[in-house]
Design a protein around this ligand. Sequence first.
Ligand SMILES: *Cc1c(COP(=O)(O)O)cnc(C)c1O
Ligand SMILES: [Zn+2]
Length: 420
Amino acid sequence: MATVRGLKCRECGRPYPADPLHVCEFCFGPLEVDYDYDRLRGTLTRKAIESGPPSIWRYRALLPIEGDPAVGLHCGMTPLVRAKNLARALGMREVYVKNDTVNHPSFSFKDRVVAVAITKALEFDFKVVACASTGNLANAVAAHAAEGGLQSFVFMPADLEQGKVIGTLIYSPTLVAVEGNYDEVNRLCSEVADKYRWAFVNINIRPYYAEGSKTFGYEIAEQLGWRTPQHIVVPAAGGSLVIKIWKGLKEFERLGLLSGPCATRMHLAQAEGCGPIVTAIKENSEIIKPVKPRTIAKSLAIGNPADGYYAYKVVKGSGGHGEHASDDEIVEGMKLLASTEGIFAETAGGVTVAAAKRLIEQGRIPRDESLVLCITGNGLKTQEAVAPSLKVSLQIKPTLRSFDESMTSHGIEVTPRNLS
Ligand SMILES: *Cc1c(COP(=O)(O)O)cnc(C)c1O
Ligand SMILES: [Zn+2]
């Protein structure tokens, strides 16, 4: 059931048809998908959603596609893990990890946005899709384009991690490595998009693409038993994910799907070396000052975030805050999540854990309140970040004696807990 009324300017409210457009001709504000919520109220019930497929498409009535989903049928419904060990380590009572390290098919939350964008590109009858990427979007676009039988062009900074490069090339796109940072890649892509009439998922298809991120929020609420947590910590690059999680929770509230009101505080996590939105939050300034990225969290390395202002508004409006994470804290955060919960997240996950830790220590996230951490990408793609700080525990000859000697010389003891 299509409930899309069209597009609408976020600034002046002018309506537009549901075409491949992304900016308002009058005020240059961003366009957003507009739904007929009155029609959904009462028909989109918890039961209707629960009887849907175990994927993002169970929320299809709130996604901007007209026909059936064309790609990404197994995307979404990733685990919401009750993270008891991590909670203990953080001194918290109730912590959950929304684990998109295992999202399908390309192991990051970007599969959500791209499954929607590529389905929409096929509905618009585009033959070529493209994107500017910090890595995960490249993986997701190349994978879904392959599935949808579309040609794809992927533009990325030339210095990305090997896991992101190989994890894109394997799908046979045209990968363009640009000698510059993401902001330069993005500027170039605006020119390319003007000249070549392709479906650029984060340019002319952006209003549709961005809606896919709402499913991250829908799933958190549904998996918590149709309620929302008191706090969510979200990593930000361009700032779209945090806005859309919030939009998703508010839509559920408006449609009467939640047990109570949504009083969630949205907190933002960015790296110290590229944290312009968090800096603005700390300074109480609506003006996001662009920065030159210098961080190991390359997937979040956007110095001039397109949705920075709106992300700022969501965080402030919800009563949340923001924190930075240094490169060392990012690595520590990745190790903490892995050693407590058995979840290997990429650098962005380290940013989220580290920022949450700071916010807890500051009392911004009280220890007796519920917290969801958004873990958005898989650690196998950013091994360079942790490799220097990890080493093989023991190297031995294939004999029991060599093993015993090595255990003794390294002072490794077997604790009773490990024995049981
Ligand atoms: C893209 C990305 C983000 C941030 O998304 P925005 O919507 O641009 O803020 C977070 N985590 C990972 C792993 C990403 O790839
Ligand atoms: Zn406008």
